[in-house]
Design a protein around this ligand. Structure first.
Ligand code: NAP
Length: 502
């Protein structure tokens, strides 16, 4: 609860009550006068409340002296009631704050101590020792909240937690890299997870990476996650605009499967694979830019992965990681349905891009009879991709664009240019800006966020039939579901599992 008045915090709490099991009153976010009135908050809140007065050096808003902060904590504990529900259930005390009278008072009144450590800049090297040494008595809950600047940082925290198994603790990797530490609290060995009422304009996120309370409760079904819950997810980098969690979690919920699907943003695929092992991840969707880089981590692979050289689906089997490719069929199913054709025979097609997705596209175009031209910013990649299929190739330059004149029945944009979240400075990027559409081309862009890239908008304005990558995404996700679960996709749920806001 990070609003500036107690009344507003209670209002927010009321609105989100059904999604939360306890509340943390961040008294440092309150107006100074309001801070003096915190004592009655637990009774008014009607659920267990953690009292936290976070210093600015730990990412909070309290800038007064330690004396003032300690007396505020004491004020929160004062006049303890016999009915413990009227007292704060927990008091957050930083590991370097030594006030034994406060600790004694808390214990006497049945208020449990959360002994916390924060590093808002990075992840410390000596975490296992830190976790072990922080707890001063057996009834304390250790909280370690450190900023993850990389996937390695999340791995370090996870492993540190493993070394302190059996101890009540809260482990949080703050920031984008650590989002899943907040969803998979059970797997991280955490006692609780913190979230925010982010949709309220005056509820500040209490820490970087916090998830909106309804999202945690409804999308990830946080309360149902136990050690027996099957864990799936999607990995990529920066992985800021994925709708796959919405798709899979909705299917799992509708069919009553004890499984969760989470985003695993990763700057190192090596570290992510170690994390997957630690968390018992059973299936992974792989997206930009790892569809080729993931291949060395596979224990075995489908024929399509071998030929295409790109893998977007990992399934854990008793023999290890199986790599498959669902982009290929997802793409051709989608484009053929759009064109209302059984195959690509007699079609002359330009493929823009030569990355992981393009590999699947080119494989399917060849399999289904098209003649194609591949154009890529890095020309040698276009040449390498075209060679086994005897397709034409070129750069995304004047000469390459000229070649499109002979390959323009269908134009397929497969680069990440113009994709939300990946080119924050240039969402308007158009990889073939000098190509003039004549209006008769059928145009597909694999990007689906935004719905219309600059490239697709230009094609549409010229009168072309256009389709973005959303339908392909759904189709490949259905194949992924089959791969992950070994079951047919429950088609009767399809209309209810459409991706997020598309
Ligand atoms: P990737 O392996 O990282 O390849 C990226 C491709 O984009 C490369 O060809 C790269 O060219 C090119 N590129 C990046 N920025 C560019 C720019 N500013 N101008 C020109 N070319 C640029 O990524 P991927 O896995 O192939 O994914 C590519 C896109 O397809 C992503 O947006 C992804 O979301 C989308 N996708 C959609 C679906 C779906 O189901 N709809 C499925 C798969 C992929 P260089 O070789 O010169 O770097």
């Amino acid at each position: 609860m990070t609003a500036s008045t107690l009344g507003r915090n209670l209002e927010i709490l009321e609105k989100y009550r059904k999604y939360a099991d306890m509340a943390e009153l961040r008294a440092d976010c309150l107006d100074p006068d309001e801070r003096l009135l915190i004592r009655r908050f637990p009774e008014q809140a009607g659920m267990p409340v953690i009292l936290t007065i976070r210093r600015d050096i730990d990412g909070g808003h309290f800038v007064g002296g330690e004396g003032a902060r300690i007396s505020l904590m004491a004020r929160g504990l004062a006049y303890a009631e016999a009915d413990r529900r009227r007292n704060f259930a927990y008091l957050d005390i930083e590991e370097d704050l030594n006030v034994s009278s406060l600790e004694e008072a808390a214990r006497t009144f049945g208020t449990r101590i959360i002994r916390s450590y924060h590093n808002i800049k990075g992840t410390d090297a000596d975490l296992p020792a830190k976790i072990r040494s922080m707890r001063r008595s057996g009834d304390e809950i250790v909280k370690v909240s450190v900023m993850a600047n990389s996937t390695r940082d999340v791995l370090e925290l996870l492993c540190a937690g493993r070394e302190c198994e059996g101890q009540e603790k809260i482990l949080i990797s703050m920031g984008h890299f650590g989002t899943y530490s907040r969803i998979l609290s059970e797997q991280f060995g955490s006692f609780l997870s913190y979230c925010s009422a982010l949709s309220e304009p005056d509820a500040l996120p209490a820490a970087p990476g916090q998830i909106e309370v309804r999202e945690l409760a409804n999308l990830y079904r946080f309360r149902n996650i136990t050690g027996a819950t099957k864990v799936y997810g999607v990995t990529g980098y920066p992985l800021k605009a994925t709708d796959s969690p919405h798709f899979f979690n909705t299917v799992f919920e509708l069919e009553g499967t004890n499984a969760v699907y989470v985003p695993f943003p990763a700057d190192s695929i090596t570290d992510l694979m170690e994390i997957s092992k630690e968390l018992n991840v059973e299936g992974l969707s792989v997206t930009v830019p790892y569809k080729e880089a993931i291949i060395p981590f596979l224990d075995f692979q489908s024929d399509e992965v071998r030929v295409i050289g790109a893998c977007n689906t990992l399934t854990l089997t008793p023999q290890g990681w199986l790599g498959t490719n669902t982009d290929a069929r997802g793409f051709s199913d989608s484009l053929l349905t759009f064109l209302n054709k059984p195959n690509f025979k007699r079609q002359r097609v330009t493929v823009i891009g030569a990355g992981g997705a393009a590999r699947s596209v080119v494989f399917e175009l060849h399999r289904l009879g098209a003649k194609a031209l591949i154009l890529n910013r890095t020309v040698h990649k276009a040449r390498r991709l075209a060679a086994p299929y005897k397709f034409a190739w070129g750069g995304l330059d004047e000469r390459g664009i000229e070649k499109m004149e002979k390959y323009h029945d269908i134009i397929i944009q497969t680069t990440s240019a113009g994709m939300e979240g990946i080119n924050p400075n240039d969402i308007s990027a158009d990889p073939a800006a000098t190509y003039n559409f004549c209006g008769r081309e059928e145009v597909m862009d694999l990007v689906y966020k935004p719905k219309m890239t600059a490239f697709l908008k230009r094609a549409s304005n010229a009168g072309c039939n256009v389709q973005n990558g959303y339908d392909m995404l759904i189709r490949q996700a259905r194949y992924q579901y089959i791969q992950f679960t070994g079951k047919e996709f429950p088609e009767h749920f399809l209309s209810r599992v459409q991706f997020g806001e598309i």
